[in-house]
Design a protein around this ligand. Structure first.
Ligand code: ADP
Length: 490
């Protein structure tokens, strides 16, 4: 008989202070904020609440490090080696980091182990390999001149990340920035600061020079805004809500910072009548319920062709019947709590809107248990395009199923949103797949799969889902400035 794998013990909390210029320091104000375990609603730890003064100290440290020869003149191959050393340390501590991520965020430990950690390590190693392959061009120009370009680091970068994939977002942000030779001031999300701080400690152990990586935990409108407005920050890379990005764009306009944004979505996931139904059901379920539905690219508008709709729904509902919700540190758990009370309340109000606007709540629709921010996996059918649950980003375990009749119609309806992060198509018809990949206005289109990410494959949004791309060579470019050098040859 197989023995059940044991519940993972709570990890130790080691870092709770700001990390500035290689020093661990309390916030200058002395203030702290609580980070909460969303499964138990208990305070895990008090964390330094950074603000403008701390951000200013961190930016100064990052600027010094950027100009210091120890970093700026470091052999690019050594920069790559440092990044690999950081990955070695992350691998050694992967189990503890996964437990810390689960404790702070609420995601099931099985997901943290299977997805967050391996993807983060892969991303950092991918960019480590880029560090010594950043090349310029030679350009033929008129006259007796020699013209070439250099790709130089953009400088001090401010990185503001969300709470849904804290470790992975650190990797997506640090990877290209470090490979390019930038220095970093990062503000983790106030809900989930712990793994970012732990990773900073590992970077310190790996031997990154003081000031190359600085972390200021704190709130968005204070620490985050101070970073965006700081005149000595060259670029802001932000992942979060489009409304926050609008504020950031305004705040950054004074200093005309470079901006990259990865924002929300209401991604159409389209099942054509000839699809492999088992694969489409499993993929659509994963594409929405993974990470408690807290994914910017969640397939939250599921369009199913009317001829297969009822069969599809029966199979889909069956997947939720035995879904295991509960302690996310239990390796058997498939769904954990939402990250905090705000998200929980927001999602529950969307569920109420869905019911009151006339959609059919086929399964779920309520809180699970009475401690922790757990929500039953919820499926709405008979959803119409104009309902709030079909238009707004819910960011929770709530699936909206819509019927369609033909391809032209579903392309038009799929594109009827100001978002454009991702889309998916399930079909065995190769021509239909490519036609839809062409027609759907989204930064990523998955065909017969969902949520397939790779460090080498660019990710980002059309329309109000973002600006620029992360991952791949394009993600690296967002951290580089092109310098053109022209030399007179006579
Ligand atoms: P969410 O609603 O998913 O928390 P947000 O966009 O509010 O998404 O948050 C993402 C990140 O942006 C967090 O680190 C948050 O603290 C930060 N943030 C929020 N408001 C601002 C702001 N005005 N300026 C800079 N950063 C902000």
């Amino acid at each position: 008989m197989a023995t059940a794998s044991p519940v993972v013990p709570k990890p130790q909390i080691r870092q709770t202070e700001c990390f500035i210029g290689g020093q661990w320091t309390p916030a200058k104000s002395g203030k702290t904020f609580a980070t909460v375990n969303p499964a138990s609603e208990e305070v895990i730890a008090e964390v330094a609440e950074g603000d403008a003064e701390d951000v200013d100290a961190a930016v100064k440290a990052a600027r010094r490090a950027f100009e210091d020869s120890e970093w700026s003149r470091m052999d690019a191959r050594d920069r790559g080696r440092l990044m690999h050393r950081l990955c070695d340390l992350i691998e050694e501590e992967a189990e503890e980091l996964a437990a810390l991520e689960t404790l702070d965020n609420g995601k099931p430990i099985r997901d943290a182990r299977a997805a967050d950690l391996p993807l983060a390590i892969d991303c950092l190693r991918y960019y480590a390999g880029f560090a010594d392959k950043i090349e310029g061009e030679t350009i033929p120009v008129r006259g007796n001149y020699f013209t070439y370009t250099r790709q130089e680091p953009v400088g001090v970068v401010g990185q503001i990340i969300p709470w849904n994939f804290p470790i992975l977002m650190v990797a997506w942000k640090w990877g290209p920035a470090l490979a390019a030779g930038c220095t970093i001031v990062m503000k983790p999300a106030e809900q989930t600061p712990l793994t970012c701080l732990r990773l900073a400690r590992l970077a310190q152990k790996a031997g990154f020079p003081d000031g190359v990586i600085n972390i200021v935990p704190g709130y968005g409108p204070t620490a985050g805004a101070a970073l965006v407005k700081h005149p000595d920050v060259d670029k802001i890379a932000f992942t979060g809500e489009h409304l926050t990005a609008q504020t950031i764009m305004q705040d950054a306009s004074q200093t005309l910072k470079r901006l990259t944004f990865e924002l929300g979505g209401k991604s159409p996931n389209i099942v054509l009548p000839d699809a492999d139904l088992d694969a489409a059901v499993a993929g659509s379920h994963f594409g929405l319920f993974f990470n408690q539905g807290q994914c910017c690219c969640a397939g939250s508008r599921l369009f199913v062709h009317e001829s297969i709709h009822d069969d599809f729904i029966d199979r889909l509902s069956a997947l939720n019947t035995n879904r295991k919700l509960g302690n996310p540190l239990d390796p058997e758990t498939e769904q954990g709590p939402q990250v905090d009370r705000n998200q929980f309340d927001k999602i529950m109000s969307f569920i109420e809107r869905g019911k009151s606007e006339g959609a059919t709540c086929l399964s779920g629709g309520s809180r699970h248990g009475d401690v922790g921010y757990f929500i039953e996996p919820t499926v709405f059918t008979n959803v119409e395009d104009e309902m709030a649950i079909a238009k707004d980003e819910i960011f929770g375990p709530v699936m909206s199923v819509l019927k369609f009749k033909d391809i032209d119609e579903v392309i038009e309806r799929g594109n009827q949103t100001f978002y454009g992060l991702a889309a998916a198509v399930w079909t065995r018809d190769v021509a239909a797949a490519h036609r839809m990949a062409d027609a759907l206005r989204a930064g990523t289109v998955w065909v017969n799969c969902y949520d397939v990410f790779d460090a080498a494959a660019p990710f980002g949004g059309f329309k109000m889902s973002g600006q620029g791309r992360e991952l791949g060579a394009k993600g690296l470019n967002a951290y580089l400035e092109t310098k053109t050098v022209t030399v007179a040859l006579d």
